[in-house]
Design a protein around this ligand. Structure first.
Ligand SMILES: Nc1ncnc2c1ncn2[C@@H]1O[C@H](COP(=O)(O)OP(=O)(O)OP(=O)(O)O)[C@@H](O)[C@H]1O
Ligand SMILES: [Mg+2]
Length: 280
């Protein structure tokens, strides 16, 4: 284990917080669609992932919760092969992402719909063309079929009347819903949401959470939602993983996490200032 120790930054606290870490057991009874196995990732002296073990169950809505700067977005980038681990492995439906050659990585990425933090719409395209973009880019479908899919997805997210609007004419919440519609047009098996609730007021956040649940109930698939909003997690998550200091403190069905005895998980899920989580 001497080599592992080198990865630990000095001043690392005790291991007690991690004692409930569930690792590669499947408390949900379904296979994991996404697995991180002993993943280490550093940027210079910044050791972001420190032996991360994480499994996210197939067909469920999972949430990865953690304080700012803990590596949540870095995790998403590892899932889609935009970043590679220094050590360890990332499996998507059993396939090792870091070992895929470029052409297979390109194919593998078609499994994903990704909703980036700001919706990431193309500023020069109207709403309709933004949502149609992946279909025109990645499929041979004709415009009639594209129209049918785009309108179905836009109606699903409540934007059926806004197709001619440009992204700068949309509110933050509408932009996120548009990004959601676009993430769904290729019928992805896995949908990743990077902080879908950031920048939204509580009512818009609640509505977006409802929408995520409804669309999931309708379409199925593995959803992974990254957030630091506890209310969102309580509302939509079926499975919660809490990330801190580069590893999972605890991971399991939402009801179990909400009853957790772990001091960090309790503090984080209750949003209290008193506990192991400080300003560091
Ligand atoms: N490409 C990069 N090069 C160098 N450092 C990076 C890079 N990407 C991320 N980091 C660092 O990794 C750490 C984790 O970043 P990440 O964006 O994953 O945090 P996060 O948990 O998503 O935070 P937030 O909740 O604020 O979005 C940060 O310290 C960040 O500065
Ligand atoms: Mg982030």
């Amino acid at each position: 284990m001497a080599t592992r120790q080198q990865h630990r930054p000095s001043g690392h606290q005790g291991e007690a917080e991690f004692q409930w870490h569930t690792g590669v057991h499947h408390p949900t009874g379904v296979p994991d669609a996404i697995e991180f196995i002993k993943v280490y990732k550093a940027f210079g002296a910044n050791h972001v992932l420190q032996g991360l073990d994480l499994g996210l169950p197939e067909g469920r809505i999972s949430m990865i919760l953690g304080p700012s700067g803990t590596g949540k977005s870095v995790c998403i980038k590892h899932m889609v092969g935009l970043m590679y681990p220094d050590e360890g492995d990332v499996l998507i439906e059993g396939q090792s992402v870091p070992s895929l050659p470029d052409d297979e990585l390109f194919e593998m990425r078609k499994k994903f719909g990704v909703l980036f933090q700001d919706g990431a719409l193309f500023g020069s395209l109207n709403l309709y063309d933004n949502v149609a973009f992946p279909l025109r880019q990645h499929t041979e479908k004709g415009e009639d079929e594209i129209q049918e899919i785009v309108m179905r997805r836009l109606h699903e997210v409540g934007l059926g009347d806004a197709i001619a609007k440009m992204p700068n004419e949309l509110s933050g919440g509408m932009r996120k819903r548009a990004g959601f519609a676009r993430a769904l047009v290729l019928d992805p098996k896995i949908v990743l949401f990077d902080e879908p609730d950031s920048g939204l007021d509580p009512v818009r956040t609640a509505l977006l959470c409802e929408l995520i649940k409804e669309v999931h109930a309708e379409n199925g698939g593995t959803y992974v939602v990254i957030t630091h909003d506890i209310m969102s997690a309580r509302r939509v998550a079926e499975h919660i993983a809490v990330l801190w200091r580069g590893r999972i403190v605890e991971s399991g069905p939402t009801a179990e996490l909400l009853e957790s005895e772990n001091a960090f998980v309790r503090q984080f899920l209750s949003g209290e200032s008193h506990g192991p989580l400080g300003m560091d």
